[in-house]
Each structure stands twice: as C-alpha cells, then as structure tokens.
Ligand binder design. Sequence first.
Ligand code: GDP
Length: 522
Amino acid sequence: MSSIDPVARRRTFAIISHPDAGKTTLTEKLLLFGGAIQLAGEVRAKANRRQTRSDWMGIERERGISVVTSVMTFEYGDCVYNLLDTPGHEDFSEDTYRTLTAVDSAIMVIDAAKGIEARTRKLFEVCRLRDIPILTFINKMDRESRDPFDLLDEIEKTLALDTVALTWPIGRGRGFAGTYDLRSNVVRRLEEGTEPIKVSGPDDPKIAEISSDNDALLAMEEIELAREAQKPFDVQAFREGHLTPVFFGSALKKFGVQDLIDALAEFAPEPQPVAAASRQVDPREAKMSGFVFKIQANMDPHHRDRIAFMRVSSGKLTRGMKARLARTGKNIALNAPQFFFAQDRQLAEEAFAGDVVGIPNHGALRIGDTLTEGENLVFRGVPSFAPEILRRVKLGDAMKAKKLREALQQMAEEGVVQLFVPHDGSPAMVGVVGALQLDVLAERLQAEYGLPVSFESSRFEICRWISSDQPAELDKFVRAYPTAMANDLDGAPVFLAQSAFSLRYDQERWPAIAFTDIKDYQ
Ligand code: GDP
C-alpha cells in the first residue's frame, strides 16, 4: 500500500458503450491489471452473448448474483480503482443513470468499425449533464476499421466534444501492428511479450520493421498530420468534460488497455466534492458521508436481504461505525460493509471517499439514501425518470393484495420499478423505462413472494411530477383531478395523463404548475 493520501489515489469510473463494442472484454482486461482475477474470461458468465428477453433472467441466475459485477475494486500502481458496472441492456437505463451519479470519470468504448452508436450517444449525454470527464477507447483495431480521422471527426461533430489522440494506430485490421504514443514517441507492439520501442519520430525506420512498409508510411503521414491539426492535450478541458483523450487498441488482445489505466491514474480526477441540499461536501472532510445509488437483492430469494451500494462521499468509513440515515433520522450500524472484487467480496474494514461499499440490510436502505456520521445532510442527484410505460399489476388471488402491496413497495425501493399509488384508491400502478423491467418484476414477485402477476394497460400513458411555488394553486390542481393523481414512493404528487396531447392541454391551462419528467430522489 502506498502511503499517499487515500483520496488522491482513488479513481472511481464506469465504462459506457453501445452493446457489443467491447465493454465486457475491456472490463476483464482491466481487472487483470489489478491481479483481481487470474484468467481473462472469468468475469463473463454470459455463456450466450445475445441477450434476448427470455434468456436475460436465466443469465442473471447463472451469474448467481450480479453484485459480483456491480462494482469491481482493484489496485494497480499507486491507485485504487473502483469500476462501476452498468447494465448493458437499454431497458435498464435507469440503473445506468443512477450508477453514473457515483463516478468521477468514464471510459467511452467505441467500435472502430462502427463509430458512435445510439446508446453511446445517449450515455454520453448523461455524462455531459454532470460534466463527467470521458476517456475514449477506440476498440477492435485488429478488425476492419474506419479511418482514424473520420472517427475523431465523428466524436467531435456528433458529441460536440474536442478530441486529442494520445496514441495512433500503426496498421489496421490484419495489419494492425501496434500504436505510436504521440507524447513520448514510443511504439508499443501488438505482439505479446514485446518491449516498447523508443523511436526518433514517426519517420523512424524501426516502425517499418514491425509493420509493412505501406502501413508504416501511412502511419507516418497520419501522425504528422494529427500533430499539426491537433490542439495540445489540455487536462483542465478534459476534467471539465470538454475534451477527450483518445486511445486506440484491441481489448480482445489486451492491447491499449495499459494506456487507459495509466491515463486514469495520470489525468482522471480523484473523488470530487458532492452536492448536498445544504452545501458542497468535500471528500477530505473528516466525517464520513455517502449516498446509496443502487440496491441489489441478495442471492437467497427467500431472505429479504439486500445489498445497498453506497458511494462514500467524504471521510472514512470504518466497520462497525454508526451512521445516520437522513430519511429517518435513525442510526444504523455498519457492521458488515463489503468490498467487491471480480469474483469475491470481503469485509471492508475501512473505506474512503470514492470507494463503493455494499451494505447488507433488510430493507432499511433505499436508493437515494444519505448516510452520515451525524450531520443532517441530504445528497441530491440520484435521479428518477418519468417512466415510459405505466401498467396496473393484476393479481389472480385477491387475498394476497396486501402481500402484493408490500412486495411492490420493496421492489420500488430497490429501483426495480417505480410505484404510483392513486389518490382515488384504485390499484397501484408500476412505471418502467424499459419493458424488460416488467419481466424482472414478474419473475421476482413469483420467485420471492409466490405472487403470480400479470400486467394490464391503464388509461394513463404518461406521468409527471408536479410542483408549484403557489401552494394554493397546487392544491386546487390536485383537487381538480382526483382520479388522475397519485403519490410516488416518497409521497410526492404525480399527475397521470392519458396522452401527450392531453398533458400539453393541461399544462397550458395551469401555468402555475410545473410538470417535470426528472425527479431527484428525496
Ligand atoms: P459488450 O457487449 O460491449 O460487453 O461487448 P463484449 O466485450 O462482449 O464484445 C462483443 C464481441 O466483440 C465479443 O465477441 C468479443 O470477443 C468481441 N471483441 C471485443 N473486443 C474486441 C477486439 O478488440 N477485437 C476483436 N476482434 N473482437 C473484439
């Protein structure tokens, strides 16, 4: 262990990408650096690569529990890396957005043949909302790929993000021989076990020795052009989220991965201050604070054990300490906080700002919860998005209605679905962003509670959180629409609309009411 300041050595990051770009492969190779796993391939319990609706849950079962991959901590060089996994399927995007509130930087993986794809763009936009600094990895250079200038241009134009390539590919596809480090004039070779070669410049004849003459010539021209055209790399602009350093490589061949690890250590920000309702919380403050961004049901479906993933925002968490839960004002004892590695978990004796610990609990913790060492703080920014699909939950056995209510409450607290309880006493509604969430809900209600459910569409299609700086107007609005009002999990009022058209109509009629489609928890 290095003795440097624990905050300065932490890097907490996520990988964003379109499915198939190589996130899983890159994750495996990153973990190899930390010695967290012995063999590449162990992370991947995904036997079947194509995740279809029906096999998704089977895959989750096969993995046992996906907490194993929700956060992966490893140490390399002077740094402790916390890699937060995000679900690959877009139906679980809410989970991804919440996870992105807990990172300080992200690696954007792009398939060199495909460039920026739909989901990359969407996830990038979420990162941009919080100005999360992005490192770019252009993957699969060992395959047919697009022209590197084209790819850089596409990033600049479609994401409005400046790029600076810090490495450049020598050859592509079958001819891919390695990369040229634009800062140090070092050539790293694809061939395993080879040492980096220090060269005098892109015209050094040594480059032709490791690649074909044509590839060496092309690389030389491109590198010279890149050097002329590119701005110098500006760490400040990167940290502010305006500029991305770009690296080329092949995750499959574990090539270029070291560049990413080194860049995370060298440029990526240490744990940053976090905004609470009353003030900014600095990671170096002595007192522990943190927020829950993810809840995972535990392995045994018959116990209501959950793991709450908390990102430590400040201070030091020590095992056994008592922490104040802001929502209730009560203390809970952190007797068994855990760290997660690729295959393993371990009791966390201590954790620092930037670390993510799993806190086993029986339902005391919810998404968005703040825990502190006494201070009455509430962290903001774990968002909830207005669901795109609203359904009523239909239960065959009316005797079990109470059990269903409890179960839905639990599932909503875990963030599996959102729950809306209508004011008029009609059955509860669930809201999801992607249809797969409904499959997960049904599967879990059956497996964990013995409740076979189905879903019915309701006359409402849209919901919006409502607020107003004129309480009397809000009250009047709520009374005007008794059958279209519901409360969310936290008791916040929600307006249910039948269509986008009718919502617009009501918005125009009630200018004093704000209708929002994003809500910060608490
Ligand atoms: P994910 O969906 O983003 O997690 O992507 P995976 O890591 O599962 O990769 C998708 C497919 O691309 C798999 O078949 C990988 O073996 C393959 N792949 C990933 N990285 C590379 C690479 O650098 N080169 C080549 N040729 N294939 C790769």
